[in-house]
Design a protein around this ligand. Structure first.
Ligand code: PMP
Length: 461
């Protein structure tokens, strides 16, 4: 680690952090007595904490974000150069990186046509929800306003995103929720619903969505919002036949398909966007984390020309435009970083690396499953993998959450940061999650799974 802080500096930072920072997603009372961790520096796949300890990051910054790895000087330089030239201008004026990144992004998304900039995954999803509601008002007298979301999916932290969230533990205590969001069942084959009686689970699971549409009334349903591969809800890869049927259903009932690529987007699954694995044609796509790998805050809502046209078809109506703004959607650092991030993925062939390393990780996880009966199911696409832990393979009863967290803690002690589903679906916080940067090498992957091997041995015996 370069330029290590001295003892005094470090204790000052630790004290300031403890005294003043309200951290995300933790219980602060127990946190007060745990060893604090301040991450000081990162390079490639690794970060260093305030004690100089090295950590191999298998979760790309904790929440599957830093797709091109840490310490990318060319991104920092692109952002610096842009900020010196022009940091910000909002509203209807364009910017050089905003225009150029849109062009480059759409080049990776055949069939899509317009890019709307904002700051976070939640915000991008909110904007998509607003578009659906406005289209309902403009075209259907307000009737086709309902938005379907899936059990175990997550779409963000605002009240409307929580209303579209299928993770009860995240949602609890934040009601009342926004009306008009309706849940459809999940598609996790390993935990197929009890009324599934056999046949193709993918088609069956998609047909459950159709049942909800018919129950609600197709003329009331405006959109279906899904993650291509469910992330925090348990790394749920879709079963065979699922997406084909989902697409057919949306078409049949004139329902907009909104795909949340906040995690899968920009290479994570070995193709640019997760939906492209399944031949799906979305109407709206939202993305955030990997767009600029965390070097700047940026999120995008991308739509087809058909959706865009719906907002400009009658210029004589003064209300007929998307009446929305995002103050920091005018920041130029985001698209400047995103442009360079995408160039790196292309020039370093990181999609190919993701496919190769994803295969290696899946192979290693399957090998671990041979050795550790606690692994009930292994799932993944590209460098986005999960291992679901169970108390018994026969009953598939989920492993004790505390033990799952103990595995994460043991890996951390070994200098490998992995994740686990947490505070999502009650009883099912039992999936270990792996989403290393797309630059991972075979040695990195092996180091990650070796650490898990040892941790499972120690925690589960
Ligand atoms: N969608 C998905 C699938 C996510 O995983 C997340 C964040 N974990 C979000 C949306 C929300 O993104 P943000 O935290 O940037 O608001």
């Amino acid at each position: 680690m370069d330029g290590a802080l001295n003892e005094n500096d470090i204790s000052h930072v630790v004290e300031a952090d403890r005294a003043h920072v309200w951290h995300h997603l933790i219980q602060h009372k127990p946190f007060e007595t745990t060893d604090p961790r301040i991450i000081i520096e990162g390079k490639g796949m690794r970060v260093w904490d305030q004690k100089g300890k090295e950590h191999l990051d298998a979760v790309s910054g904790g929440v599957w974000t830093v797709n091109v790895g840490y310490g990318r000087e060319s991104i920092a330089k692109a952002v610096y150069d842009q900020l010196i030239k022009l940091n910000y201008f909002a509203g209807s004026a364009g910017s050089i990186p905003g225009a150029l990144f849109s062009e480059k992004l759409l080049d990776k998304m055949p069939g899509m046509s317009r890019v709307y900039y904002c700051n976070s995954g939640s915000e991008a999803n909110e904007k998509a929800f607003k578009m659906v509601r406005q289209i309902a008002h403009k075209r259907y007298g307000g009737k086709k306003h309902k938005i379907l979301y899936r059990h175990r999916d997550y779409h963000g932290t605002t009240i409307s995103c929580l209303s579209a969230g299928g993770q009860e533990e995240r949602n609890a205590q934040y009601g009342p929720y926004t009306p008009g969001f309706i849940e459809v069942p999940h598609c996790l084959e390993y935990r197929a619903q009890p009324d599934f009686t056999g046949g193709n689970y993918g088609e069956w699971a998609a047909n459950q969505i159709e049942e909800v549409i018919l129950r609600e009334g197709p003329d009331t349903v405006g959109a279906l919002c899904l993650e291509p591969v469910t992330a925090g809800g348990g790394v749920i890869t879709p079963p065979e036949g699922y997406w084909e049927r989902v697409q057919e259903i949306c078409k049949k009932y004139d329902i907009l398909l909104h795909i949340d690529e906040v995690v899968c987007g920009v290479g994570r699954t070995g193709v640019w966007f997760g939906y492209q694995n399944y031949g799906v044609k979305p109407d709206m796509v939202t993305m955030a984390k990997g767009v600029a790998s965390g070097y700047a805050a940026i999120a995008c809502l991308v739509t087809t020309e058909e959706v865009f046209e719906m907002f400009k078809d009658d210029a004589s109506d003064p209300m007929n435009y998307f009446r929305d703004i995002s103050t920091f959607g005018g920041c130029t650092a985001g698209p400047a970083a995103a442009l360079e991030n995408m160039r790196i993925i292309e020039d370093e062939n990181l999609l190919d690396n993701t496919l190769a390393m994803g295969e290696r990780m899946m192979g290693n996880l399957h090998a671990l499953a041979e050795k550790h009966a606690v692994i009930g199911d292994v799932r993944g696409k590209g460098l986005f993998c999960g291992a679901e832990l169970v108390a018994s393979r026969d009953t598939r009863e989920p492993a004790d959450e505390k033990k799952v967290q103990a595995v994460v803690g043991d890996c951390m002690a070994q200098g490998v940061v992995i994740g686990a589903t947490n505070r999502s679906v009650p009883g099912y916080n039992n999936t270990l999650c792996f989403s290393p940067a797309l630059i991972a090498t075979a040695d990195d992957i092996d180091q990650i799974t070796d650490a898990v091997d040892q941790a499972l041995g120690r925690v589960f015996g």
